[in-house]
Design a protein around this ligand. Structure first.
Ligand code: GZL
Length: 307
């Protein structure tokens, strides 16, 4: 009949191509734009027909996009849930439409793990612990109190929840560490600057900033310099992600340590998508590879970084 959609998994698979609906969080950070670029490039390389939406960090927009992918009868739906909760209803609609789901980057707190085939992304608790451990090691010979402020990621998101709990688990084991302020900067540079300005106004003696991503850390650097203090010296800064701008600030001595969060998961996503569309078994959890960087290491690797 020449109609290649006949007999496919129901998707609009034109000429045998897999059709993927991807509902992205937004374009809030350098990490996110690197993640988006990688997904779009690897889809092309894998011959996957990618339908892509940007939810401007709003859950209702992601839910709308997922519903539109159901209507379009795509072969597979992938998305990075902006927050952990509130997904069961729409994921049940996808399940009823017999479309497999892959979670990327961020997790959902649904108890029913049959609602998705796999979760591909970083271990954010581990990332928080790495940040905390670096701090403990830095101050191991000091008896003085250490005052920490924390710029949390998007409220309710898996990276914010888990980076916070991983970090606090490590530093709270030592009574000299005090988290004197902690607030969301929504993963953006602008909000990170705004919240850090408020922290600086109400806390004259901040020793350390732990920012859940580079972008908030970079905004905080502007606030710290605006307050006449030296970032990386007067206030030590730890961030997560290791995007180009963060790594540049690390090499320049304005950030002291970065815990990498690898956005380049597109190739793994496309391989997993082909498997789930073909009904093959895939692991329930795939953890992305990533490391950490000191100022010296940043200087070395900057020229070869992809993002
Ligand atoms: C982490 C990702 C976070 C990044 C932020 O995997 O969800 O969202 O750390 C991004 O930069 O906004």
């Amino acid at each position: 009949s020449g109609d290649s959609s006949v007999g496919s998994s129901g998707g609009g698979a034109k000429d045998g191509k897999i059709v993927m609906g991807f509902a992205q969080v937004g374009a809030e950070s350098g990490w996110r734009t690197a993640n988006t670029k990688d997904i779009q490039e690897t889809a092309k390389e894998a011959g996957v027909d990618l339908k892509f939406s940007d939810a401007q960090q709003k859950q209702e927009n992601q839910i709308k996009a997922i519903r539109s992918y159901i209507q379009q009868k795509v072969d597979v739906i992938a998305f990075s849930p902006v927050v952990e909760s509130g997904w069961d209803t729409v994921l049940k609609e996808v399940q009823n439409a017999k479309i497999p789901v892959i979670l990327t980057d961020r997790a959902v707190d649904s108890q029913d793990t049959s609602l998705y085939k796999t979760f591909l992304g970083s271990d954010f608790i581990e990332e928080g612990k790495k940040a905390g451990q670096w701090l403990v090691d830095q101050y191991k010979d000091s008896k003085d109190d250490v005052n920490i402020v924390q710029l949390e990621g998007t409220t309710g998101s898996a990276p914010a929840n888990d980076r916070k709990s991983g970090f606090e688990e490590i530093v709270k084991a030592d009574p000299k560490f005090h988290i004197i302020a902690s607030q969301s900067g929504d993963f953006t540079r602008a909000k990170g600057k705004e919240v850090m300005e408020a922290f600086l106004k109400s806390n004259p003696d901040i020793d350390v900033l732990w920012a859940h991503n580079d972008d908030m850390g970079l905004g905080a650097i502007e606030a710290i310099e605006g307050a006449g203090k030296v970032p990386g010296k007067d206030i030590k800064i730890i961030t997560a992600d290791a995007t180009h701008d963060g790594m540049q600030a690390l090499a320049d001595g304005k950030i002291n340590f970065i815990v990498e969060c690898n956005p380049l998961m597109g190739k793994q996503l496309m391989d997993l998508a082909k498997k789930v569309v073909n009904g093959e078994q895939v692991p329930q959890r795939v953890v992305t590879e990533e490391t950490t960087f000191t100022q010296e290491q940043a200087k070395e690797v900057l020229p070869s970084r992809k993002y």
